[in-house]
Design a protein around this ligand. Sequence first.
Ligand code: NDP
Length: 281
Amino acid sequence: MPVPDLTLNSGQSIPQLGFGVFKIDPAETADAVAEALKVGYRHIDTAEMYGNEAEVGEAVRASGLDRGEVFITSKLNNGYHRPDDARRAFDGSLEALGSDYVDLFLIHWPLPTLYDGDFVSTWQTLEEFYRDGRARSIGLSNFQVSHVRRVVNESEVVPAVNQIEVHPYLCNEEVRAASAEFGILTEAWSPLAKGRVLKDPTIGAIASRIRRTPAQVVLRWHIQRGDIVFPKSTTPARMKENFEIFDFELEAEDVAAISALDRGEAGRTGPNPDVFARVPR
Ligand code: NDP
């Protein structure tokens, strides 16, 4: 079954299911991405912070696929929010990827306690990359409701996506809703909560009743809520399992039962974006 495409507010199509490469060792990334492309994934989520953009680019080139057949996202690292730094970092990402454009480029974290809280001028710098065509779409990551509103109110280009932590233990509904209000699609990072939701008894019961795995049930829940996902796995059998989620549907009551597992802030696996302020270099 083909992966559905969603349409971003830039007019560009994005495969709703992709492959994430956070925490994949650079030495293993080209093999992992090659395997994912073999399974059928056509959307790769990387970042300067992950240190493996070059290996992603290498695997896409070696695959024999045209560059235009694979949707690649990268992100601006936290040390480069000032406009001149952002311009240099963006050039560096393109160079590492070995491509003259990236499909989607995001501000990785808003860092509201750094840079005088000025993520708007950073966003306006990404608008330059969008206008000159080197970023086909631009977006946000880890932006909270107030941050999303500021970007929309104080800039010209509405972000295409907001990539935030979302899974059954952190449904993140307010941020999803604030994004939807402006036509911004939500990308759900750590869609499996890094594996933590896979032993949940509610999810397990649904999975055994419909003869699917817990990971397939959780990924299907995201798809039916309309979010974009890119689970990470370096295990070929799991890459395949995570890809096989388009030949079944969850009943509305199963979707609701999974959404009811939401633990709010207590469900986070990663940092709270309001206070996260780590600048790696
Ligand atoms: P995920 O929720 O995708 O979980 C990955 C973990 O689940 C790995 O340990 C993997 O193990 C395991 N796993 C994957 N599939 C299965 C399966 N079918 N059955 C059992 N276990 C499974 O977490 P990530 O944190 O990796 O998030 C996914 C992507 O989201 C990242 O790669 C990155 O692209 C993005 N992300 C973005 C962030 C941001 O700030 N913008 C922050 C964090 C993530 P194994 O590999 O051993 O198979």
